[in-house]
Design a protein around this ligand. Structure first.
Ligand code: APR
Length: 246
């Protein structure tokens, strides 16, 4: 259990905040059964990102890429938001949180009730046509792999940001604005090594915000954080929520 002092300190920071923002990574969805990328049991221990999550991989072998994404879509569609997702949604509804910036593509923040969510890396259950650029939502994993556009017959691709691709400009601007204007950023479940997303906590810090980190492991951000809670996301968020309601 983390020393109560860290938790109390984080709760004090949040209690006196007027514009907190959450920045989340795969770790917040780990307890929903969705594998993280790095660290113990992470996807990149078994798979090579260059073979699955790059435009070159897709043009080289779209079937292999789609087999991996169909597997991940299945996991995402059968997952439920965690208590950590739900606490963030409650804090937003109560005006304690101005929004969530997420690197995740699983849509669990929205399914937990969060409304102001900036998805930096897209959404895995959406696909877009490589021919006519139409986008569509998968209610279930695609039967046919690789799936093709019903209108023009071209290959569909997952509507996510791959390595080597730039983030959607509008989303990046929204995320940078939220990071500049917040007075607290709570950073949950990210290794903070993938740029440009990993720049956002540094932008927040440089703009005078306090940084609270929630991660069972030390990360690249730990030395910059004002408080690091070495805890899993759901335990930390529910403990903070309890302290804030005292
Ligand atoms: N609660 C909180 N944090 C956790 C938990 C948990 N239950 N379980 C694991 N973690 C932490 C790990 O210690 C690790 O630091 O979550 C972090 C997950 O890190 P990554 O797997 O690197 O995920 P993320 O930081 O979101 O990756 C960023 O990299 O591969 C790309 O596009 C992908 O969006 C992803 C980006």
């Amino acid at each position: 259990m983390v020393a109560g002092t860290d938790l109390r300190r984080a709760a004090e920071i949040l209690a006196s905040s007027s514009r907190a923002v959450a920045f989340t990574g795969a770790g917040i969805s780990a307890e929903a059964g969705i594998p993280t990328f790095r660290g113990r049991g992470g996807l990149w221990e078994t798979f090579r990102p260059e073979e699955l999550a790059t435009p070159e991989a897709f043009s080289r072998d779209p079937r292999r890429v789609w087999e991996w994404y169909a597997w991940r879509i299945r996991k995402v569609l059968s997952a439920e938001p965690t208590p950590a997702h739900r606490v963030l949604a409650e804090w937003e509804a109560e005006g304690r949180l101005a929004g969530v910036i997420t690197q995740n593509v699983d849509g669990l923040h929205q399914r937990a009730g969060s409304r102001r969510v900036v998805e930096l890396h897209g959404r895995i259950t959406q696909a877009r046509c490589t021919g006519c650029y139409k986008t569509l939502e998968f209610e279930a994993p695609p039967e046919e792999v690789p799936p093709r556009c019903r209108d023009c017959g071209s290959l569909l691709r997952p509507d996510v940001v791959w390595f080597g691709e730039s983030l959607p400009e509008v989303d990046w601007r929204k995320a940078a604005e939220l990071s500049r204007s917040c007075d607290v950023m709570i950073v949950i479940g990210t290794s903070a090594v993938v740029y440009p997303a990993a720049q956002l906590p540094l932008i927040a810090k440089a703009s005078g915000a306090d940084l609270i980190e929630v991660n069972p492991e030390r990360t690249a951000l730990s030395k910059t954080a004002d408080v690091s809670l070495r805890m899993r996301a759901s335990a930390a968020l529910t403990a903070l929520d309890k302290l804030l309601r005292r």
